[in-house]
Ligand binder design. Structure first.
Ligand SMILES: Cc1cc2nc3c(=O)[nH]c(=O)nc-3n(C[C@H](O)[C@H](O)[C@H](O)COP(=O)(O)O)c2cc1C
Length: 187
């Protein structure tokens, strides 16, 4: 049975992005672990954290709770990220999470040619919704997809989006229904 990690970077209680991501999650058969990033007390990786990591890395000691999120990410078979389109990208809490999981020796290591991914995951799904058009998906999905493939070793990334939800006269339920149909077509 697959180990599915749902990374919820949705700030709003009635988030449309979370609704769409949960619809996607209904397609999988496996154990789902949900991480609501806003409830994790995350903080950016600062100098002290980098030092703590470096010392642990030198000692080969990864039992520090500092590494729990990283180990959890590395062990997941399927990753689903729900992140609304904010300021042409995604909420900063998601970047804080990424800083916390990208640990040399857990999710990746350096080989002679650069970073080599060590995550078990085979598929990563990036789910987003936007008030208007997503001008350039490279600032959100593109970054996550490149990080997954080039640094974390997760080779298949998938993009699911619903756009124009906040435009004047938008038929929100029709837009979300269409996005759900797009999901249906993938399974
Ligand atoms: C802080 C913030 C920044 C946003 N930035 C953008 C943006 O740059 N472009 C856009 O089209 N919509 C933007 N929106 C609108 C959201 O993308 C849209 O409402 C989305 O559906 C929110 O997802 P949610 O329902 O999951 O919260 C922004 C909304 C917020 C609250």
């Amino acid at each position: 049975m697959d180990n599915i990690l749902f990374i919820d970077a949705c700030a709003r209680e009635n988030s449309r992005t979370r609704v769409l991501a949960k619809y996607l999650l209904g397609k999988f058969d496996g154990n789902i672990t949900t991480l609501n990033l806003y409830r994790l007390n995350l903080s950016p990786v600062d100098g002290d954290t980098v030092n703590r990591r470096d010392i642990a890395l030198q000692n080969g000691d990864f039992d520090d709770p500092l590494f729990d999120l990283s180990k959890q990410f590395a062990a997941a078979d399927i990753i689903v990220i729900a992140a609304p389109y904010w300021d042409m990208s995604f909420p900063s809490i998601l970047k804080e999470y990424i800083e916390n999981i990208c640990v040399n020796g857990i999710t990746f290591h350096y080989g002679t040619g650069g970073a080599v991914g060590d995550c078990k995951g085979r598929d990563l799904y990036y789910v987003t919704t936007a008030g208007g058009c997503i001008i350039n998906k490279d600032y959100g999905y593109g970054y996550i997809s490149d990080l997954s493939k080039n640094m974390l070793g997760i080779n298949r990334a998938h993009y699911i989006a619903a756009e124009n939800l906040d435009t004047v006269g938008a038929d929100v339920s029709a837009i979300l229904s269409k996005a759900k149909m797009d999901i249906d077509l993938r399974f």
